[in-house]
Structures are given as structure tokens and as C-alpha cells.
Ligand binder design. Structure first.
Ligand SMILES: C[S@@+](CC[C@H](N)C(=O)[O-])C[C@H]1O[C@@H](n2cnc3c(N)ncnc32)[C@H](O)[C@@H]1O
Length: 257
């Protein structure tokens, strides 16, 4: 990896995720959507947050036989929104995140979850986690923002390193695939109606009138699966458009190497 390009990427990425307040972090970065933007009522926001978290958890654990014996790792865990319910289902839950502020807020959020721990990382590695020690690695709403292919590759190598043989990996990222006409039409109509903030798979409007290009590398499902394979991760399922038109979820398992 070109170290100068990487250093700049890390500074820019951290600046973006180090939100000004916990409110901004939770409701403008982690769970950003028109529904969240439409209210500042704390009760409503908490309700939306809980419902979004339940939906995300269902996707993460789809066909994953999580057990109370497992060690689970989340890449890009934010304040621990998903780590908390995962920790309630396993022995140890470790989250890594490159944002100092997210990590700091996670201490509060995860106070009642003694088996959950969040570590500040360098944005591309799982340093400190032993080889072949993890049963399940997952990531939601993080890979879709990683703008350097080298970082994605580095993580895949790290996932293969820390997973036990047969261990599970479930990742959500953005897909690059031809879509049925109805879906493409929705892409055009939704932003016009103000129902969707995504203008394209690479562009996200964070604030009114302010467009921030912060979409990550987009992979065609075939390319993504071969990338996983190259890192010793055998893809067992791919779900396109599940949860969001642009999303691609894959489950893979570490083979014996
Ligand atoms: C949209 S939030 C999602 C947080 C959490 N996964 C959830 O769904 O609640 C994305 C998080 O990923 C983190 N992140 C983004 N790129 C990362 C990277 N390369 N390595 C580690 N964390 C990253 C950000 O700091 C942020 O906390």
C-alpha cells in the first residue's frame, strides 16, 4: 500500500467519522436516513434506532449459527450498536473502529455488556487479535465507505488470518451490478421525491444541500466472490439488494489452509 496515500486516506476518513457530538454520530452518521432526519424528538429517534438495529441484526445473523461459545469481531463497529446484541449471544465480542470519538462513545453505550470491547484500529488491520481465534467476523455499514481497494484487501487478509478454519464471515458492501429496469427507475425517482439520499451508489448527501462523495469501492458480485476466494474465504451465499437496493451481503467461510 502506498504509505503517503494511505496516511492521507486515514486522516480524511477519521475526520469524517469523528462526528462533533454523540447525537451526530448516532443519528447522522451511523443511522443516517430521511426518517432520522425528519425528527429531533429523542423518543422517536430511539424507536427508529431500535428498529433499524433489529433489522440490521437479522441481516448480520442470517443463517449464522451463533453460539454462546463464540468469539465475534465487528469491523467498523461505531459506538457498538450491533456489538451489544451480538455480545448478548456469544462469549466475547470485539469491535474495531478507526474513529477515536466512536470508540470513546462506545464505552458508555456498552457499559452493560461486560463481554463487549471496542478497540481503536488503524483502519485496515485486526492487530492484537490472534490467528485462528475467531468464530465470526462481520461488518455492516462500514465496507460501503472504504474508498481504497488496498484497505479492503488488507481486511480480507486479516479476516482470513483471525478466523478459525470453518469460521464465518458476513460482510455488507455496495454492489456494482446491472439492475432490473424497475430498480434503476427507483434510483431516479426516489431522490426526485426526496425519499432517498443516495443519488448513485457512490454519492451520499449528508446534509441539506451538501453532497459528500464518500461511497466506498463498489464490487461486482463476481469480482467480490473471487476476491474472497483469493483470501481463502469460500462464499456460501450472496444476497443482492437485501435491505437496500445498493447493498450486497455475502456469507463466506474460512477453508482449511
Ligand atoms: C455507518 S457507521 C456503522 C457502525 C456500525 N457498524 C453500526 O452499524 O452501527 C461506520 C463506522 O465504520 C467506521 N469505519 C469506517 N471505515 C473504517 C475502516 N476502514 N476501519 C475501521 N472502521 C471504519 C467508522 O468510523 C464508523 O464508526
Amino acid at each position: 500500500m502506498d504509505s503517503a496515500a494511505y496516511a492521507k486516506w486515514l486522516i480524511d476518513t477519521r475526520r469524517f467519522w469523528d462526528a462533533d457530538s454523540e447525537f451526530q454520530a448516532k443519528y447522522r452518521r451511523i443511522c443516517s436516513s430521511p426518517e432520522f432526519d425528519a425528527t429531533t424528538d429523542e423518543g422517536e429517534l430511539v424507536g427508529l434506532w431500535d428498529r433499524a438495529t433489529e433489522a440490521s441484526l437479522r441481516m448480520i445473523l442470517r443463517a449464522i449459527p451463533i453460539s454462546s461459545e463464540w468469539t465475534c469481531v465487528e469491523i467498523g463497529c461505531g459506538i457498538g450498536r450491533l456489538l451489544k446484541p451480538v455480545a448478548a449471544r456469544c462469549r466475547q465480542a470485539i469491535g474495531v473502529d478507526l474513529s477515536q470519538k466512536m470508540v470513546a462513545w462506545s464505552r458508555d453505550y456498552l457499559r452493560g455488556s461486560p463481554n463487549a470491547e471496542v478497540r481503536l484500529n488503524d483502519g485496515h488491520s485486526l492487530t492484537g487479535i490472534d490467528d485462528a481465534s475467531v468464530d465470526f467476523v462481520y461488518s455492516h455499514l462500514a465496507f460501503q465507505h472504504i474508498t481504497l481497494h488496498e484497505v479492503v484487501e488488507a481486511y480480507l487478509g486479516e479476516i482470513a488470518r483471525v478466523l478459525k478454519p470453518g469460521g464465518y464471515c458476513r460482510i455488507q458492501n455496495w454492489r456494482d451490478a446491472s439492475k432490473p429496469v424497475a430498480e434503476s427507475l427507483k434510483d431516479v425517482v426516489r431522490p426526485l421525491l426526496g425519499r432517498d439520499r443516495y443519488r448513485s451508489s457512490r454519492c451520499w448527501v449528508w446534509e441539506e444541500g451538501k453532497e459528500v462523495r464518500f461511497g466506498g469501492v463498489v464490487y461486482h458480485p463476481r469480482t467480490w466472490r473471487s476476491l474472497l476466494r483469493r483470501h481463502g474465504l469460500r462464499c456460501t451465499s450472496t444476497e443482492l439488494g437485501a435491505g437496500h437496493d445498493y447493498w450486497m451481503w455475502t456469507t463466506s467461510r474460512r477453508g482449511d489452509r
